[in-house]
Design a protein around this ligand. Structure first.
Ligand code: PMP
Length: 432
């Protein structure tokens, strides 16, 4: 339960911010609670203004793969800040970050930096429409790609948490150009292509879905999506805002051996500062202004603080990858998942989960979750009880059953112990 200071801070915030927050999922609505307010973070821990400490699996919704306030990242930001916070002319840093992304991600030849995941996906779709001269976009039910108009159609994350499958304010004509199909169902996608394949500019997909809980692609599914899109000359956009540099150094595309035409990034590449990026084949990316006619710009894009943090973080990941970094993250996540599933079994509570790289998912569900429909079947009331009891035990997950959990490189044995013993005692109360 939120302490008195957080409760008062939330009341005050509600007077001047819609719902008291700057992003809907922060309001703890789907777990019917009051959010705790952050005071500071340190490594794997988040501290609230009431003095409580939590082992953090929210990790700012994914960016903090090196935990809170990592000394190397903090000093990179400090060093950059004293030189100036924004210039509006190019810096060498921007090129260095772009070179690193091109080096690490197989399908990327050219990349454009933006300020958020939303900007990245929005711009990638504009580019795909311009390149193909087609207007339809296919997305998957329960996937979230930010809040641009054409993505607020059967979206996951906060949109699904709040039961707002589509948002008012999105013109009907825009929503009609987005076709939403079930995830992991290649026949459903094939049907859409049979109907209007020649009009589809792009298929955008989270290669591992992270916004309906964490849902893995079925074996062969992403390959089939790749083949289908290629055969219709539709561009395939991998939205790696969550999976990029998190499920493997080269992202999900490296992990599953698929080459998308365009890729979007956010979160990890900025190490907690506001960054997004989109990139892909040179011939496509050269259509972006000023090389080509597709307009997209940004006053703060390639911001020196964000670029400095991102560059250090990517270099640290590159070095750590040589000693099995992503396997270690996955092994950690898998232990949490195993404990969750085992205790569920012991107490007769349906549980399911999986881990991939630095991402894992926990569901109160009987058997596999492979799409939004099955994710929705999971017991949200049980998740709510689990979430609050884990908070009381000093561990925080996302305040919604339809989100993923994130592990960082600074979560260690001590945090794992705290987590496993909290799970053990919390299940005793859940089963009661
Ligand atoms: N794509 C995916 C897969 C995401 O998870 C998110 C954010 N959770 C976005 C896009 C949008 O990113 P942002 O919130 O930075 O705009």
């Amino acid at each position: 339960m939120a302490g008195p200071k957080s409760t008062a801070a939330f009341e005050r915030a509600k007077q001047v911010l819609p719902g008291g927050v700057n992003s809907p999922v922060r309001a703890f609505k789907s777990v019917h609670g009051t959010p705790f307010f952050a005071e500071r973070g340190e490594g794997p821990y988040l501290y609230d203004i009431d003095g409580n400490r939590y082992v953090d699996y929210l990790m700012s919704w994914g960016p903090l793969i090196w935990g809170h306030a990592h000394p190397q990242i903090v000093s990179a930001v400090q060093e950059a800040a004293v030189k100036g916070t924004s210039f509006g002319v190019p810096t060498e840093l921007e090129t260095q970050v772009a070179e690193k992304i091109v080096e690490l991600v197989p399908s990327i030849e050219v990349v454009r930096m933006v300020n958020s995941g939303t900007e990245a996906t929005m711009s990638a779709v504009r580019l795909a429409r311009a390149a193909t001269k087609r207007s339809y976009v296919v997305k998957f039910i329960g996937c979230y790609h930010g809040h641009a108009d054409h993505f607020l159609v059967k979206a996951g994350s906060g949109v699904a948490d709040l039961g707002l499958p589509d948002s008012p304010g999105v013109p009907k004509e825009t929503a009609e150009r987005t076709i939403a199909v079930p995830y992991n169902d290649i026949d459903a996608l094939r049907d859409v292509f049979l109907q209007r394949g020649e009009e589809i500019a792009a298929v955008i997909i989270e290669p591992v879905a992270g916004n309906m809980g964490c849902v893995l692609p079925k074996p062969g599914y992403l390959q089939a999506v790749r083949e289908l899109t290629r055969s219709y000359e539709t561009l395939l956009i991998f939205d790696e805002v969550i999976t990029g540099f998190r499920v493997a150094l080269g992202g999900a595309q490296a992990r599953f051996g698929i080459e998308p035409d365009l890729t979007t990034f956010g979160k990890v590449i900025g190490a907690g500062l506001p960054v997004g990026a989109y990139g892909g084949r040179r011939d496509l990316m050269e259509l972006i202004a000023p090389s080509g006619p597709v307009y997209q710009g940004g006053t703060l894009s390639g911001n020196p603080l964000a670029m400095s943090a991102g560059l250090v973080s990517l270099k640290m990941l590159e070095a750590a990858d040589k000693t099995g970094f992503y396997d270690k993250l996955q092994a950690y996540g898998q232990q949490v998942v195993d404990a969750f599933v085992d205790h569920g079994k012991q107490h007769g509570i349906p549980t399911y989960g999986h881990a991939l790289g630095g991402l894992f998912g926990l569901f109160f569900h009987d058997g596999p979750v492979h799409d939004f429909e099955s994710a929705r079947e999971s017991d949200s009331a049980m998740y709510e009880r689990f979430f609050h009891a884990m908070l009381d035990a000093g561990v925080t997950f996302a305040p919604s059953p339809l989100e993923s959990a994130f592990v960082s490189g600074v979560h260690g044995d001590k945090e794992l112990d705290i987590t496993l013993s909290a799970i053990s005692s919390v299940f005793r109360t859940l089963g009661a």
